[in-house]
Design a protein around this ligand. Structure first.
Ligand code: CUA
Length: 421
């Protein structure tokens, strides 16, 4: 008798060991795990996941238990007679049809409810954010606030946020695992995604592209910062302001006088934008380790770092003429490009190159000099600007006549960009 119980004991023992291990794998500090309760979206998805896991475990234990029981109880013994041959059993067949159907209903009802809730459009008070996927970076526009930024997203807590997802080129996919998602960003189509970060304070999260979109798909990352409504308002105020450094840039032309009337333009001194106080942005010293990029700089990319300490923002603003075709800096009337990320407040961001490198002078300088060697990109991307460098796509050497910049000029541009808080 004790002999026949042994397999059952083994099974129970195996289950006791396996279950806690299995459950332990789903908890703990995993900064990119989707199992959080930071948003209504993730709570709904997590609830469905738990429901399915526990129902699945119940079904598994029941079915395997029956199987193991049958194997042991009805195993072949010496001198056993031929077993009875059975064909069809109405009661059993009804039971194993109705029981799974019942389980499916338990799963389907909350699943369909969640789908309807999150596909039927965001609540009316939602913050609108336009997300535009580019090869290979993210553009974020806040249409109601008049703010455009790149690769770093600020979301106030306690208010629904509605993302309108569009692509400039190929199919991307937008995902902040700790907050909810993911959703495809499809060319010639507008997708939506909304959630409410209602049980999370000021925190930093990783986001990424999750649909293969070419050479730098894995380098199309972003950061999301959940902040208090007050911090968000201060961030908006800072981002709305024109560039903090305007140097001695030519002033915008004065408004034309009304036809036939006296000039009504206010004196130039009153028009000039006061130096913008830097608005709120996520404190650098509070960045958790998991959002700080650790991408190594490829070997062989040199830059005379001694020049960085003496970079001149005023000269840099002049040298920035090399960049104005692609980048916009509000407050610098020449910089109107829209192909690349807007740089009006680049110094308030913690990363460059779509989350690939930290935003500091050493990385910025090498990026300007040799972007194409730091991140796989296409022929329409950030060009190689370092004088004497070989462009890995064009296979030509950068010279003064092709717009090459010396290390000194790059150090000046870095000083200019680092002043744009
Ligand atoms: Cu964009 Cu993958």
């Amino acid at each position: 008798m004790t002999r026949s119980l042994r397999p059952r004991h083994h099974f129970a023992l195996a289950l006791t060991v396996a279950l806690p291990l299995l459950l332990a794998a789903c908890s703990g500090q995993y900064p990119n795990s989707t199992f959080t309760d930071h948003t209504d979206f993730n709570r709904d998805a997590g609830g469905l996941w738990n429901l399915m896991i526990w129902l699945g475990i119940g079904v598994f234990v029941f079915v395997e238990g029956l199987l193991v029981y049958a194997m042991i109880r009805y195993r072949r013994r010496p001198n056993d007679p031929e077993p009875e041959h059975v064909h069809g059993n109405t009661k059993l067949e009804l039971a194993w049809t109705i029981l799974p159907a019942f389980v499916l209903v338990i799963i389907a009802v909350p699943t369909v409810k969640s789908i309807w809730r999150f596909q039927s459009g965001a609540p009316a008070n939602a913050l609108q954010i336009d997300v535009i996927g580019h090869q290979w970076w993210w553009e974020f526009r806040y249409p109601e606030q008049g703010v455009t930024t790149a690769n770093e997203l600020y979301i106030p807590t306690g208010r629904p946020v509605n993302f309108t997802l569009r692509s400039q080129d190929v199919i991307h996919s937008f995902w902040i695992p700790q907050l909810g998602g993911k959703r495809d960003v499809v060319s010639n189509r507008t997708n939506h995604l909304w959630f409410t970060p209602d049980s999370v304070g000021t925190q930093a999260f990783n986001g990424s592209c999750n649909e293969f979109c070419g050479a730098s798909h894995a380098n199309m990352r972003f950061r999301a910062y959940t902040v208090s409504p007050d911090e968000f308002d201060r961030w908006v105020a800072g981002q709305k302001a024109t560039a903090a450094f305007t140097g001695s840039a030519p002033a915008a032309p004065p408004a034309a006088p009304a036809a036939g009337g006296a000039a009504t333009a206010t004196p130039v001194a009153e028009q000039a934008t006061p130096p913008a106080a830097a608005g709120y942005f996520f404190p650098r010293e509070q960045l958790p380790a998991h959002v700080i990029p650790k991408t190594p700089i490829p070997a062989g990319l040199t830059f005379d770092e001694n020049l960085l300490a003496a970079g001149d923002a005023q000269r840099g603003m002049t040298a920035f003429i090399s960049c104005i075709g692609c980048h916009k800096v509000r407050g610098n009337p020449q910089a109107m490009g829209v192909i690349g990320p807007e740089l009006t407040h680049i110094a308030s961001r913690h990363t460059i190159a779509a989350g690939l490198f930290p935003n500091d002078p050493a990385h910025m300088a090498r990026w300007i000099k040799n972007a194409r060697k730091m991140k796989p990109m296409g022929a329409m991307s950030m060009p190689t600007l370092g004088m004497g460098e070989v462009d890995p796509i064009l296979k030509t050497t950068v010279t003064r006549s092709t717009g090459g910049l010396t290390d000194q000029q790059i150090a000046d541009i870095v000083a200019y960009l680092m002043s744009l808080k």
